[in-house]
Write a protein that binds this ligand. Sequence first.
Ligand code: ATP
Ligand code: MG
Length: 445
Amino acid sequence: MIKRFINKLLGKPAASVRPSFGKRVEVPASVHKINPKLVDERAVNVVLTLKKAGFEAYIVGGAVRDLILGLKPKDFDVATTATPEQVKSLFRRAFIIGRRFRIVHVVYGRGREHEVIEVSTFRAYLDASAAEQVNGNEKTSRRALEGVQHAVDASGRVLRDNVWGPQEEDAARRDFTLNAMYYDPEREIVVDYHKGMQDAQKRTIRMIGDAAGRYREDPVRIIRAVRFAAKLNKLDFQLDKATASPLQECLPLLADVPQSRLFDEMLKLLQTGHAVATIEQLRALGLHKGIYPLLSLAVERADDPFVRSSLQDTDRRVGEGKPVAPSFLLASLLWQDVREAWARKTAKGKPPFVGLQEAIDEVFDARIGDVSGRGKLAADMREIWMMQPRFEKRTGNSPFSLIAQLRFRAGFDFLRLRAANGEIDEALAEWWQAFSTAPDYERDD
Ligand code: ATP
Ligand code: MG
């Protein structure tokens, strides 16, 4: 409210950030040079099925960006003129999900190997002022919003976003020009409304429309700007000046974003293979504080050798296509606090295990707070930490029961990280390495 009032005084429109819809350009294969071998067969199948049924359909978003840059996309999204119900009816295993943003998951394969293609219907561009007309009243209760397909709260945050529209509007509501291109795998053309292709060639990450307004509309875009700057840094991409310059002043807008969403975005920054580059970007852009407390801590501690090697390890593992767990990285980040609290407890005469338990409780209270739904993550972190003193016991049954523990691997990796950084004797880690890889009869020895 106050923000809006000030904006009025300054003569700024409340939230009219409607970008131009641009001009439709069809980029041929000779220019976009997408390697069809990098295009997921199942995504192609989804597109062809939709087209055969008479709808328009394209691969869209990050996958097109990555394909144009010669990178292998990690997942594929499809955008179409078909409504969620129409999409669902065309596939054997398809599920409509989401309320705020209804999309369809088309599922292929089962178990670990399964793959989900996310299909969304082209959405209309409704800026906050248009949405207010739909909404009518700023204080509208959630219940009153049930029937409304697009709605924003008092600060302009989108609560509901299910108004279908033409492709040009769908493109305009995306964030960066690089993320707003559509690929038709049948005709092998890229549809581009916002000069995304040119920006790809110029190595520029540019927000569609007025950057500050778009950050206001959805502050998470601030974090996304950092993420893409970090990810594309190795390809020499730079944030466009007008995209980068309002970042710092827009930071306070993140206060309106739910903690759980910020937490998820933080994990994406740290766990998608560009953790070290992300820290560098955050520093360079003056965003080292103000996104999420644990992230500020990561920036602060990134030069600590132990945290540094954990970040590098995570990047390396992602690069090799290995799984990474957020518990490991966060356990490394907070290990210093746990150790300090633990030392205080034992100095006061607490037995080691009890002292460690209590130290962990303290650190959770101080650093993690209440991010609901994080039960498993916290349990995993606790397990990694609690295993550490158990590695000291190398006789009797103890090693056998430790090695049988579900998260032994994570605990052991953590031990190795400690050894590599001189916190404990390398010999201990080597002993466990030998023990955990030895055949049963040798283990008994
Ligand atoms: P990644 O490779 O990390 O998945 P991505 O670009 O695919 O990157 P997603 O979060 O998967 O990112 O989003 C898919 C697409 O949806 C984006 O490319 C962009 O077009 C659009 N999008 C996602 N989040 C936003 C947002 N906050 N504002 C505008 N458009 C968005
Ligand atoms: Mg994606």
